[in-house]
Ligand binder design. Structure first.
Ligand SMILES: [Ca+2]
Ligand SMILES: [Ca+2]
Length: 254
């Protein structure tokens, strides 16, 4: 489980926690919790360049206020940051509880903003569940660090992502939406975030985001969003989609 993104939009993640817990059906239950207040390179993460860790935060794609360098540094980039150890999301068909699927809860603080003089915004940011730690080649732009022109839509991708999309392609409803992506950047489901403006602001723009999966009900809440600056962290937006993880991702995934 991790983050994939494409640039010009600067993305900084400051807090991430994961809870993975199968439903309460047997003594084999196992719970894993990983939390970060700030990030360092010694954390159990796989950082795929140009993603990096900077200012105690995960920076998925390059960020610079140097406009002379911006066009070459910011354009056509994608990065990924993932946990370096896979999670068991579901077990094999021969398992006694073969329909048992893990639940998880990922929460993070995001800052997505467009540089003041940048000619175009970036495509956005995703929370991703992937089969391995590898970043696909040529996965910038509309491919959001998830796929590329050759692999997009292939069932063998075994990728699940919740996107925060900030640039409208011809298959997108607008330039400010969330989507449920299974093996493709062409979302299975989308919902506009208007009037909640997550993406195109030109100043620091912090939001708390939660992506939760209920392995019993087989429902993904993707995502809850609240304003970071609100004293009571007022919930601004929630969403819910039915999803059976067994049908879209490997039993062990990152
Ligand atoms: Ca898009
Ligand atoms: Ca989209």
């Amino acid at each position: 489980m991790g983050m994939a993104a494409n640039p010009i939009t600067a993305v900084v993640l400051l807090l991430l926690s994961i809870l993975a817990a199968p439903p309460p059906v047997s003594a084999k239950l196992k719970t894993t919790t990983i939390s970060f207040n700030t990030f360092t390179f010694s954390d159990p993460l796989k950082v795929n360049p140009p993603a990096t860790i900077s200012n105690d935060a995960l920076q998925v794609t390059p960020d610079t206020g140097n406009t002379a360098a911006a066009s070459s540094l910011l354009a056509n980039q994608s990065g990924r940051i993932l946990f370096d150890t896979p999670f068991q999301l579901w077990e094999g068909k021969n398992d006694t509880f073969s329909d048992r699927v893990a639940s998880f809860n990922a929460s993070f603080l995001v800052n997505i903003f467009r540089l003041k003089d940048s000619p175009t915004p970036g495509e956005g940011l995703t929370f991703v569940v992937a089969p391995d730690l590898n970043l696909p080649l040529n996965s910038s732009g509309e491919y959001l660090g998830l796929t590329n022109a050759t692999t997009d839509g292939n069932a063998s991708n075994q990728i699940l992502a919740v996107e925060l999309d900030t640039f409208q392609e011809d298959f997108d409803p607008d330039a400010n939406h969330v989507g449920l992506n299974i093996n493709s950047v062409r979302s299975n489901k989308t919902t506009s975030l208007t009037p909640l403006l997550v993406g195109p602001n030109q100043t620091a723009n912090f939001f708390n985001v939660w992506v939760q999966y209920d392995g019993v009900k087989k429902v993904i809440y993707g995502p809850f969003i609240s304003a970071f600056t609100s004293p009571c962290r007022k919930m601004l937006w929630t969403n819910l989609w039915s999803l059976n993880l067994i049908q879209c991702v490997h039993g062990r995934a990152v």
